[in-house]
Design a protein around this ligand. Structure first.
Ligand code: GDP
Length: 526
């Protein structure tokens, strides 16, 4: 297959949602489809029988913890899909944000009993930075949900994106009958208790088909017809242009637990979501079908596999092709390295990789030379931009139990900050070390890793910090003056960037008013 064909085949996406909306469950079902299709020979013709089921259990066993691993690649229809996991629960961190720079589209999962929740809002803000196309899955239709019309309305007003329903639910909870697929003009009937298999679906063609009345009951059928009339009038039709620019989201209804509707969403993903896209560098854009290899590191993960005590750098290939043994240029340190042992993540397993293409994620063994945001190319190439650090929201002072190990502590913290595990700030005016995080779990992880990997015993103390901002100015003189006058609030981060540490929100606001020539930014690009 040619490079453009390989690229056209691929879709790279992530699932965004509020905790408990069903991301993990959907990931499992998506893999069920992926794996099942991969072994289509055994599944075909016996869809609802033992085979599908044992495939599933086999997969569970084989997969082990792999549903929680970071990258999963699987075939779907004629396509190859890369699903990047975003940490969901307490371990929510900047990784989540940066992972979103490595995808070309997202699926937003909403608990249809609850509607738009806080984390969803936050993640949507991030996808908006790059106008990432969003598909929406309204989940948990097997429970009593809120009025679907109201849900769409809430998404439109709260998330500022137009909704185009692709499927429409018939009932919910105990009375969930299925969905009508607006584009295919057919009703797909739901059967409960088939969550672990690919459902052997029953389909009723056409909206006015009397079979529909028989299948779901007259009352539900006529309610569906009435509702659809209303929906068609009040909501938007799917528009690919608007979808691709992040202004409109196709909406699907279903239940991940019941494995119903997930395939409709996947069909939408492979049909409409963009193939791997290029990315911006310091010297302009590199397109995916550029012959030369290029990629950037968006995540570093330690101890992925207890048998390999290593760190893996996750590199999104932006253009060209990776081949085993190829030479890559490490742009930041200006050196060539030969990579013969990159990893791929086919359906969650780590495998040595022969080749990979734009849109794929490869895992590079990191022996301390790779940082978040690093660029690799096959030529000289320039560095990718847009891999952000976010101002942390939680702060603690970190202190040693054994004061003699100050140097190791600092080294550990700086390395962990290069990995993106945490952020570290060194005030200009004193010898404190401040650790900043986006998620609370990061603090515990850092202390555990400092002990295990750097042999330092550290503990936290409360510190009165509310927020931090990176500060810049085009005017060197003004910046110097600011540095002098505001010294008590200034610090250097792990990469020696000047940062304003604000004890209160009001303090930050006053500083911004007082120093209008200084830019205070919430994100910093690597
Ligand atoms: P995550 O936190 O977004 O990854 O959510 P999970 O996939 O772990 O799901 C959270 C809870 O909701 C679990 O108990 C799931 O079994 C449940 N759940 C997920 N999808 C559905 C669904 O479609 N219907 C129902 N009733 N429960 C669901």
């Amino acid at each position: 297959m040619s490079l453009p064909q390989e690229i056209a085949k691929r879709r790279t996406f992530a699932i965004i949602s509020h905790p408990d909306a069903g991301k993990t469950t959907i990931t499992e079902k998506v893999l069920l489809f992926g794996r099942a299709l991969q072994t289509a020979g055994t599944v075909k013709g016996k869809k609802s029988g033992q085979h599908a089921k044992s495939d599933w259990m086999e997969m569970e066993k084989e997969r082990g913890i792999s549903v929680t691993t970071s990258v999963m690649q699987f075939p779907y229809q004629e396509h190859l899909v890369n699903l990047l996991d975003t940490p969901g629960h307490e371990d929510f961190s900047e990784d989540t944000y940066r992972t979103l720079t490595a995808v070309d589209s997202c699926v937003m999962v909403i608990d249809a009993a609850k509607g738009v929740e806080a984390r969803t809002r936050k993640l949507m803000d991030v996808t908006r930075l790059r106008d990432t196309p969003i598909l929406t899955f309204m989940n948990k239709l097997d429970r009593d949900i809120r009025d679907p019309m109201e849900l769409l309305d809430e998404v439109e007003t709260e998330l500022d994106i137009l909704c185009a329903p692709v499927t429409w639910p018939i009932g919910s909870g105990k009375n969930f009958k299925g969905v009508y697929h607006i584009h295919r003009d057919e009703t797909i009937l739901y059967q409960s208790g088939q969550g672990h298999t690919i459902q052997d679906v029953r389909i009723v063609k056409g909206l006015d088909n009397p079979e529909l009345d028989k299948a779901v009951g007259e009352a539900y059928a006529s309610e569906l017809r009435d509702e659809l009339e209303l929906v068609m009038g009040a909501s938007n039709e799917f528009d690919k242009e608007l979808f691709l620019t992040g202004q409109l989201t196709p909406v699907f209804f279903g239940t991940a637990l019941g494995n119903f509707g997930v395939d409709h969403m996947l069909d939408g993903l492979v049909d409409w979501a963009p193939q791997p896209q290029g990315r911006e560098t310091e010297d302009g854009r590199i397109e995916a079908d550029n012959d030369g290899f290029s990629g950037f590191v968006f995540k570093i993960q330690a101890n992925m596999d207890p048998r390999h005590r290593d760190r893996i750098a996750f590199c999104r290939i932006v253009s060209g092709k990776y081949e085993k043994g190829m030479k890559m240029h490490h742009a930041r340190i200006g050196k060539d390295i030969r990579i013969s042992d990159a990893l791929t993540f086919l359906a969650g397993d780590r495998e040595l990789l022969e080749e990979a293409y734009a849109g794929d994620i490869i895992g590079l063994h990191n022996h301390g030379t790779i940082r978040i945001g690093d660029t690799f190319t096959s030529g000289q190439g320039s560095r990718f931009t847009g891999i952000p650090n976010f101002a942390p929201e939680l702060f603690k002072r970190i202190r040693l139990r054994d004061p003699l190990k100050q140097k190791q502590l600092l080294k550990g913290l700086i390395q962990l900050s290069e990995e993106g595990a945490v952020q570290v700030f060194r005030p200009l005016a004193n010898n404190d070390l401040i650790v900043g995080a986006v998620g609370v779990l990061q603090f515990d992880v850092v202390v555990a890793r400092l002990k295990a990997e750097y042999n330092v015993d550290a503990l936290y103390e409360h510190i009165n910090v509310n927020t931090a901002r990176w500060v810049y100015s085009d005017d060197e003189r003004k910046l110097d003056e600011f540095r002098r006058k505001a010294e008590v609030n200034l610090a250097l981060d792990g990469g020696d960037n000047l940062t304003y540490i604000a004890p209160t929100a009001v303090n930050l606001q006053l500083a911004q008013e007082r120093y209008p020539d200084i830019q205070f930014t919430h994100t910093r690009e690597h």
